[in-house]
Design a protein around this ligand. Structure first.
Ligand SMILES: O=C[C@H](O)[C@H](O)COP(=O)(O)O
Ligand SMILES: C=C(OP(=O)(O)O)C(=O)O
Length: 353
């Protein structure tokens, strides 16, 4: 057997140790305040999806978190604004730690918290949990994209709303995972604009599944789920055209109704709906608000990519050169525009039928 070439893991260079979810929870347990925020946030979202609460939910925040200090600065601002608009809107902070890439690039704070290709997922997971706990303790519910199917075991108790991204909505793994998640789940349409994959995902995730995963102790398990009744579709545009207009919305409603699913739709004001030009997001939002004012009942939420400073920056070689409060992934609108956009929407929604 000497010099026998390896037959498995031939392209794996190492397996690094992670704490188990239970171990991480033990070092950073859920506080009473955070528990109340998460449970209250989920209940409000379920009530909106069940049409028991007329308010619009707004998933708003940075494209990705790379600097927890700036992220908490943003969260404090959003928390203050939350009180102002609470009669018409429910603000849920976008806390995205896992970034799906079209090809390659920084894959988010959990994957590479030091942004230097050291890939300290153990540190990233611990810091992500700390950040989510801090935000929940402020009384602000959080939203995230569930990309890695193992992460929810570490962080799921701190999340009120989950997105499945355009690149993974068609993936069986993500549909199975969603069927067991404790939050409402928004499935984005595909990057080519195909809404049917999101409708199929809502249908699939509403059913029970059995699949391979891990439990809290980190043991590989057969995960058996009961199905998630709160899946819905997120229209993000794609294939070179937006899909937030009233005709696209009506077509998505028809597809959901045909599949005998609740006609709940969220519009992502960013991505292909604004041709990736962040400054166009207020126009998309304003169109959605007009549709609601004209009586639309299926538009239950919106998503906005927003940060302290507008635009985006490339990750510099020397990280001390990073601009504070500015996205390192997709461009965002800045804080002042965000406030103006949400205050304007609030005034409009006060007049909804
Ligand atoms: O929202 C983030 C991006 O649109 C998504 O992660 C893809 O990014 P990329 O095309 O820059 O890789
Ligand atoms: C990656 C994202 O969006 P999408 O999946 O729609 O491209 C995102 O919202 O960060």
């Amino acid at each position: 057997m000497i010099n026998t070439p390896a037959i498995e893991n031939t392209n794996v260079s190492s397996f690094g140790q992670m704490p188990t979810p239970t171990e991480l929870h033990a070092t950073m347990p859920l506080s009473d305040r955070a528990f109340a925020t998460v449970m209250g946030g989920r209940e409000t979202l379920r009530n909106i999806l069940d049409r028991k609460d007329k308010r619009l939910f707004v998933v708003v925040g940075p494209c990705s978190i790379h600097d927890p200090e700036a992220g908490l600065d943003y969260a404090r601002r959003l928390k203050a604004l939350q009180a102002e608009v609470a009669d018409t809107m429910v603000l849920v902070m976008r806390v995205y730690f896992e970034k799906p890439r079209t090809t390659t690039g920084w894959k988010g704070y959990i994957n590479d918290p030091f942004m230097d290709d050291s890939f300290r997922v153990d540190v990233g997971m611990e810091r992500a949990r700390r950040f989510l706990l801090d935000v929940c303790e402020m009384g602000l519910p959080t939203a995230t994209e569930a990309l890695d199917p193992i992460s929810p075991q570490y962080l799921g108790d701190l999340i009120a709303w989950t997105a499945i991204g355009a690149r993974t909505t068609e993936s069986q793994t993500h549909r199975e995972m969603s069927s067991g998640l404790s939050t409402p789940v928004g499935f984005k349409n595909g990057t080519d604009g195909d809404v049917s994959i999101a409708v199929n995902a809502v249908q699939s995730s509403a059913s029970p599944h059995a699949f391979l995963g891990i439990n809290g102790q980190g043991t590989v398990s057969i995960v058996r789920t009961s199905g998630n009744a709160y899946g819905h579709v997120v229209l993000r545009g794609g294939g070179g055209r937006p899909n937030y207009d009233s005709v696209s919305v009506a077509i998505a409603e028809q597809a959901l109704a045909k599949a005998k699913l609740p006609t709940n739709l969220v519009v992502d004001c960013s991505h292909a709906n604004s041709y990736k030009k962040p400054e166009l997001q207020p126009l998309v939002m304003s169109d959605v608000i007009q549709q609601i004012k004209h009586g639309n009942r299926s538009l239950v939420g919106v998503m906005i990519e927003s940060n302290i400073v507008s635009g985006a920056q490339a990750i510099p070689e020397d990280l001390s050169q990073l601009k504070y409060g500015c996205s390192v992934t997709d461009g965002c609108i800045g804080w002042e525009e965000t406030e103006a956009m949400l205050r304007g929407a609030h005034q409009e929604l006060l007049q909804r039928p």
